[in-house]
Design a protein around this ligand. Structure first.
Ligand code: SF4
Length: 298
């Protein structure tokens, strides 16, 4: 029996983020921080030790949403990788969403290679049947040397296997890739290997973000020492262009609409590939204005 009652407001703690497509979703915080929390470029949860939130707090938030969020038909489970919650508890959260928010059509969450690896194929399929329809997976790069350098905690091959596993469970998969993460020197290797990796995963959506260096992160320190050089705007456009050239999806959206990017692109691949490449070429020739630096955000 559920004992919790709805108390005033949602119990959000610390810095909360969600992917752009979840802007209108009910944001339900079920974990704090990220269980990995070691990527050298990421400052999102540096000051937030990882913890799973108590069931009574989660239930209180669901009950609050049941009263005040009747027009929002999607739920996004925060923080960093809600999928890491043990199966039984996660099924319990999905059951409570179904019970108290029956108008919700889809639940989504961030995931990483580790949290997907910890779920069996059958468990992922169970979660999908119970409403967890979408996972967001941070691929960042397909280059193993860079993955190691940024402390991603997994290889490109493992990332491919886990991406496939999510798709096999019938979930929608969005992957994020990070322009600029290889620095100036390895920019083209990163573009090519990342295009190849996302082609092999064949997700429903690819979201390209552009690296913004966050003070205090290990990558920021590398940059300050002169060991990391970010490509300039032109270099980043060329990197995105090369990545798209190497990306072959059966039917997926490649988007660079995130606030961190200089040039927003929405291309359904394969049919929209040439149009996207032409747009980037036009931007490289200076015929299309780029987002000013002050408008960018990570
Ligand atoms: S897995 Fe994601 S949230 Fe966690 S440290 Fe890496 S980039 Fe940040």
């Amino acid at each position: 029996m559920d004992c919790a009652t709805e108390s005033e407001g949602m119990h959000y703690e610390g810095n909360c983020i969600r992917p752009p497509p979840e802007a209108s979703s009910i944001l339900l915080q079920v974990t704090l921080g990220c269980s990995h929390n070691k990527c050298t470029f990421c400052g999102t949860y540096r000051d937030k030790p990882f913890r799973k939130k108590d069931n009574d707090i989660i239930l209180s938030d669901i009950l609050f949403a049941a009263r005040y969020m009747k027009r929002q038909d999607r739920v996004f489970l925060m923080d960093g990788d809600a999928l890491i919650i043990p199966q039984k508890r996660l099924m319990w959260v999905l059951d409570r969403i179904k019970e108290h928010l029956p108008w919700v059509k889809r639940v989504a969450a961030y995931a990483n290679v580790k949290s997907i690896r910890m779920k069996s194929r059958q468990e992922l399929a169970e979660l999908q049947k119970n409403g967890l329809g979408t996972l967001y997976l941070g691929v960042e790069t397909g280059d193993d040397e860079i993955r190691k350098k940024i402390n991603k905690g997994s290889s490109a091959q493992e990332c491919l296997e886990m991406g496939k596993k999510v798709k096999h469970a019938g979930m929608e998969l969005t992957v994020t890739v990070l322009l600029g993460i290889a620095g100036k020197e390895r920019s083209m290797d990163h573009a090519h290997s990342t295009g190849e990796l996302i082609s092999a995963i064949d997700p429903n959506y690819v979201s390209a973000l552009t690296l913004i260096l966050i003070p205090g992160t290990p990558l920021w320190k590398e940059y300050e020492r002169g060991d990391f050089k970010l490509p300039d705007e032109q270099g980043l456009l060329i990197e995105m262009k090369e990545m798209i050239v190497y990306t072959n999806l059966s039917n997926g959206l490649f988007s660079s609409n995130h606030a961190s990017n200089y040039l927003p692109i929405r291309a359904w691949l394969p049919r929209g590939k040439q149009e996207a490449l032409d747009l980037i070429d036009a931007a490289l020739r200076g015929e299309i204005g780029l987002k000013p630096e002050w408008m960018r955000a990570f």
